[in-house]
Design a protein around this ligand. Structure first.
Ligand code: NDP
Ligand code: GDR
Length: 378
């Protein structure tokens, strides 16, 4: 039985990957950070009491900023594969916490590589590094491929640039099976709530139920190549199953603006939104409501007036330096890995919007039933 170690197992990708590897028969070990409250929601369905027999998922406390802890874990587990998904992964937040981001996202990669080297596992343990399309940053050429030069535009991307090159360097210097997956944006119903797609689908669901009146966003013109996380974690695994270690771009090859994503999300619930105005003054207004669809979905028709402003720009969400356009070229992954995504953007939007609608309906139901959030300070 193969053993895999996943850093970042409590995150979006870590949760999907853990499920995927367990289904493949792996013994899965995950690194989680100590937190003052539970943060394992995304993997609770996979978790079994360690006292039960035949448990295949094991969680360990650890942190990418703590070398000795990582060395001890890797020594104990002796993994066949390490998926380094742990990171301070929010681009905007990296401008507020640049030093921490460099430590966890950049030097964290080095810590794992050195642990493997120190423990004499260079020929046993294969390493996947969660590299990112943010490396391309300021547009040099499109679509972006494995050959496109990097020009990072945030402390996050600069930290990930170090991670990318230290993987390449250890592969060349010590013959390690270490690879970068240069993944473009991938989303899902369990995407972190502050990334733009999830922020949009949560807000759209709440607006449609009359639980929220407006969505505030930043740069509506940013273009992203959005795929579904479920497709992308399969690529991570494939990257570690090849004869030769190599780096791969994983993307859909289609790019869309934030503005268009918002329109698609509203339309999924039968609400047509049109944008007008420029930059900070741009807003999205309802121009039509499909009554039949709205009723069928049990939405709050009264809350959805044509003429109502449902999207506004708040410049606080603008970034000091922005990445305007990402569109990936996944040709190499298609040819060498046989990787083909199952979800297109429409299927992704559908999955996310309906999942958030279910969650919002649950909230609404509890509120209507008189259940309030407990206030411990009353
Ligand atoms: P998430 O933000 O959902 O998850 C990040 C994970 O890293 C969480 O489990 C988090 O723990 C953990 N983590 C954060 N800091 C540390 C630390 N210092 N030590 C150990 N663990 C830490 O990210 P995603 O799942 O979306 O992304 C996975 C990886 O892929 C990240 O490295 C990200 O940068 C990269 N990536 C993501 C893309 C995307 O579109 N999703 C695209 C390209 C790359 P906790 O739950 O405690 O916060
Ligand atoms: P990104 O994702 O920065 O591409 O990084 P995010 O969803 O945060 O932003 C995408 C684009 O949307 C614009 N935007 C907003 N973004 C957020 N978060 N909130 C808003 O209100 C908002 N309004 C507009 C942003 O300016 C940006 O242009 C993600 C992360 O998962 C990284 O870890 C990963 O490496 C890259 O994707 C690929």
């Amino acid at each position: 039985m193969k053993k895999a170690l996943i850093t970042g197992i409590t995150g979006q990708d870590g949760a999907y990957l853990a499920e995927f590897l367990l289904k493949k028969g792996y013994e899965v070990h995950g690194v989680k950070r100590r937190s003052s409250s539970f943060n394992t929601d995304r993997i609770d369905h996979l978790y079994h009491d360690p006292h039960e027999k035949g448990v295949k998922l094991h969680l360990h406390y650890g942190d990418l900023t703590d070398s000795t802890g990582l060395i001890r874990l890797i020594q104990e587990i002796q993994p066949d594969e390490i998926y380094n998904l742990g990171a301070q992964s929010h681009v905007k937040v990296s401008f507020d916490t640049p030093e921490y981001t460099a430590n966890a996202d950049g030097i964290g990669v080095l810590r794992i590589l050195e642990a493997i080297r120190l423990l004499g596992l260079t020929q046993k343990t294969r390493i996947y590094q969660a590299s990112t399309s943010e490396l391309y940053g300021l547009v040099q050429a499109v679509p972006q491929s494995e050959e496109t030069p990097f020009y990072p535009r945030s402390p996050y991307a600069v930290a990930k640039l170090y991670g990318y090159w230290i993987i390449v360097n250890y592969r060349e210097a010590y013959g390690m099976y270490a690879c970068n997956g240069i993944l473009f944006n991938h989303e899902s119903p369990i995407r972190g709530e502050t990334f733009v797609t999830r922020k949009i689908t949560r807000a759209v669901a709440k607006i449609a139920l009359g639980l929220q009146s407006c969505l505030f966003v930043g740069n509506l013109s940013a273009q992203r190549d959005w795929g579904h996380a479920k497709d992308y974690i399969a690529a991570m695994w494939l990257i570690l199953q090849q004869d030769k270690p190599e780096d791969f771009v994983i993307a859909t090859g289609v790019t869309t603006t934030v503005r268009e994503f918002i329109k698609m999300a509203f339309l999924e619930l039968g609400v047509e939104v049109e944008f007008s105005g420029k930059e900070e003054n741009e807003k999205g207004v309802i121009i039509d409501v499909n009554q039949e669809k709205v009723q069928k979905l049990g939405l709050n028709y009264a809350a959805l007036h044509p003429g109502q402003t449902v999207v506004k720009v708040d410049p606080k969400y603008f970034r000091p330096t922005e990445v305007d356009l990402l569109i990936g070229d996944p040709t190499k992954a298609k040819e060498k890995l046989g990787w083909v995504p199952k979800y297109d953007l429409a299927a992704l939007v559908e999955d996310m919007v309906h999942s958030d609608l279910d969650l919002a309906k649950k909230d609404e139901h509890l509120r209507k039933g008189g259940y309030k959030t407990l206030n411990y300070f009353e």
